[in-house]
Ligand binder design. Structure first.
Ligand code: GLC
Length: 717
């Protein structure tokens, strides 16, 4: 279809049909068994079943067969309009790979892209046309459950991950949706759906950067977020939804609300009626209302009474039709839905292998006193609530099936080709107190040479609506770990989590800590490969690990403040007073952004700059020698950070500006290069311009944001 034909379709629609194009409900609402009148969470509007069949798009694709049958039923009702199915394909469709936070720890955009393509291929064969991904909300507060879905605390890297996911989805044949626009990650106290208060400068400098970066890969959609921002729900911010997103950034794709968020304008205390919710939303540039029907209930009348222009309505409808047109749905309404191909590509060996590699590259080795990798001859006892647990595929796991995942026990026994002694020991439940399983676990540990304990938080204790005020491993497990430690045997902790958990109380009891996040379908196999050295850990954490919940939010790219501490110690221990910090806690995280160990060691030396002064418009080149000084081959991710020492708006003590993931054989060395440009020194200055300011800079390079080599350079006019 060309634009003229699409515009004709729009002009031929009634106001009611236009409003329905902009309405999206979940597919279960089409089920005859669901109650007749379909409303939203606040019950401010409502449409009946027959009308629901006429909406422009639908949420939650069931499967290919049902998608085809629903489309056929619609055509049978005389509805020629194509009908895209949209679904949260967040980290896999049926072959589930690690949660996005783990994928970001791989620092491997090619792998991220390949996994997204795998997900899109499985999904498109099964009737999915659009995914509500990538989520690029900045994740600085580990108490917020949705850090699991993002790429961590760095705006630049979050953008790189989002771009790679978009490229992968497009390669796999589905459209995508950048979310949640905007600032959702700044929920006060990490409390889900809570208020956010972000200055325009911080929005642009940190919270919006990744969304903007994603535009380079032409995402088809954006999703507006739930949160109140600076006293108004996001849909009340025309200066963000229209002036910034549409005009300044030039995004002309579809903007969809989050589920029920249009009606929630009422709950927020911003709109008094459903009619007002509809007016505010359509005037904000929102195209599709998800999960409620104030558009369907009130837009026709708002246009008839001249409150809303029909032109605005037509713009929104045209964008939805353009999305369908881009998906090729006017030529082929079923697109790539292909049951036979689906059954061939789903859960394929190659897909599982890719997912397994993502486990191996996304897991982060936080501690290793030489006990890893394990020898196959070692007599281990495998214990803990996640040792033989299938529920490790993560929240938002698409159509992934728990029973299709590989547990750690299954993975280890498959690798060793023998059974290993196993006892659960305790439950993973929050507030669990039953210690009755400890004894059996201690018994098998007493017979073993070393203990592998699989602990952490359950996959449903992170993700949407799963914030935690106490980010530690649940108490029952901490007690269990202490009991294991008292057995005085080498203790390896394999930790599952959708967020960086507070490990400081148990860190000292472990001889090794392998952080596997929520690893997905191939979790057990990938973890076994890491434990036994078939794969060498190379993941680098993209979120700082807090020592305690009280430190949250904690992130590396913070400001020095006017009274930086001289010693990184709790003041009550160091006696250092009147300085930024706590009496009873460190300022530093337990493990910093960019941190992750390997089974080999890497050495950085001979750090050089092509010049100490850089003129505007020119560039200088930094280089460093990187050597694998250990006994095993492995990957290292060299990270480059910059600090603008003095500026009209204070700059963070470090900002990640580049990285390079390098494979080095044991003993091999390479010189790594990094180009510094004026562009990467730019920021939103006090004058409001986006520009670099002359002056002194520090350049850091290292294997994490803390342990770096440092040099200086100057930007001059
Ligand atoms: C949810 C989530 C959003 C998701 C949408 C559709 O509430 O906030 O990320 O895409 O609803 O499932």
């Amino acid at each position: 279809m060309n634009i003229k034909e699409l515009k004709k379709l729009v002009s031929d629609m009634s106001l009611e049909e236009k409003a329905l194009q902009l309405t999206q409900y979940p597919v279960y609402e089409l089920d005859e068994k669901t109650e007749a009148v379909v409303t939203g969470l606040c019950d401010l509007g409502g449409i009946d079943r027959e009308v629901l069949w006429r909406t422009g798009t639908i949420l939650n694709a069931p499967n290919g067969e049902t998608a085809q049958s629903i489309r056929k039923t619609r055509r049978g009702k005389g509805i020629a309009d194509p009908f895209p199915f949209m679904l949260d394909v967040i980290h896999g469709y049926r072959t589930i790979y690690p949660v996005p936070l783990a994928m970001a720890c791989t620092f491997n955009t090619a792998l991220i892209e390949d996994c997204a393509e795998l997900a899109a291929t499985e999904a498109s064969c099964d009737g999915v046309d659009v995914t509500f991904s990538p989520m690029v909300d900045l994740g600085r507060d580990a108490r917020w459950g949705r850090v699991m879905e993002g790429a961590g605390e760095d705006p630049y890297w979050s953008g790189e991950v989002g771009k790679a996911m978009i490229r992968g989805y497009h390669r796999g044949g589905i459209a995508c949706c950048v979310k949640h626009f905007a600032g959702y990650g700044a929920a006060e106290a990490g409390r889900e759906y809570n208020t956010t208060d972000i200055s325009e400068r911080n929005l642009r400098e940190y919270y919006l950067r990744a969304y903007r970066a994603c535009l380079k890969e032409q995402p088809e959609m954006f999703m507006s977020s739930f949160n109140l921002l600076n006293g108004k729900p996001i849909l009340g911010h025309k200066e963000i939804m229209l002036d910034l997103l549409r005009k300044e950034w030039g995004f002309n794709g579809v903007v969809i609300s989050d589920f029920g968020a249009v009606e929630e304008l009422y709950e927020h205390g911003y709109c008094e009626t459903g009619r007002d919710c509809a007016r505010v939303a359509i005037e904000s540039g929102l195209d599709i209302e998800m999960g409620s029907s104030v558009y369907a209930s009130y837009l026709p009348e708002l246009v008839r009474t001249g409150v809303v222009s029909e032109e605005r309505l037509d713009e929104a409808v045209l964008r939805v039709l353009e999305l369908k047109n881009k998906l090729g749905m006017y030529e082929n309404p079923d697109r790539f839905t292909d049951i036979q191909k689906r059954d061939e590509v789903t859960l394929s060996e190659s897909g599982r292998a890719l997912s397994r590699r993502a486990v191996e590259e996304g897991s982060v080795l936080l501690k290793n006193d030489g006990v890893l990798p394990l020898k196959e001859s070692a007599k281990i006892a495998l214990v803990g609530p996640f040792a033989d647990e299938h529920e490790i595929i993560g929240n938002w796991a698409g159509k992934g099936r728990i029973e299709e995942s590989v547990t750690v026990k299954e993975g280890v026994e498959s690798l060793l080709q023998k059974n290993v002694p196993y006892e659960r020991g305790c439950s993973w439940k929050l507030f669990e107190t039953d210690e009755s399983g400890f004894e059996e676990a201690e018994h098998i540990c007493a017979q073993a040479d070393m203990i592998v304990a699989c602990v952490g938080e359950h996959m449903m204790n992170s993700g949407e609506a799963h914030s935690r005020a106490d980010i530690r491993i649940p108490e029952i497990q901490r007690k269990f770990i202490m009991r294991l430690h008292e057995l005085e045997k080498p203790l390896v902790l394999v930790v599952f989590g959708g967020r960086p958990l507070g490990l400081s109380e148990i860190e000292e009891f472990a001889d090794a800590i392998l952080y596997v996040w929520q690893p997905g379908t191939e979790g057990g196999n990938g973890i076994a490969n890491l434990l036994y050295g078939k794969a060498t850990p190379c993941g680098k954490t993209v979120m700082s690990f807090p020592r305690s919940s009280g430190q949250c939010p904690i992130y590396y790219n913070c400001f020095t403040t006017g009274r930086p501490k001289k010693q990184d110690m709790p003041s009550a221990l160091s006696g250092e007073e009147w300085r930024t910090g706590y009496d009873d806690e460190y300022n530093s995280p337990l493990y910093p952004f960019g941190y992750g160990l390997s089974y080999t060691e890497f050495e950085y030396s001979d750090f050089k700059l092509s010049a100490a002064k850089m003129k505007r418009g020119e560039k200088i080149v930094a280089s460093v020698k990187l050597k694998n000084v250990g006994k095993r081959d492995g990957y290292e991710t060299a990270q480059w950070y910059i600090h603008d020492l003095f500026a009209s708006i204070v700059r963070p003590v470090k900002e990640l500006k580049g990285y390079e993931k390098i494979f080095l054989k044991a003993g091999e060395e390479k010189r790594v290069y990094f180009e510094i440009t004026e562009e990467m020194l730019k920021f939103y200055t006090d004058g409001g311009k986006y520009a670099a300011e002359t002056g002194a800079f520090e350049l850091y390079v290292g294997g994490n944001s803390r342990d770096c080599l440092k040099t200086n350079f100057e930007l001059v006019d």
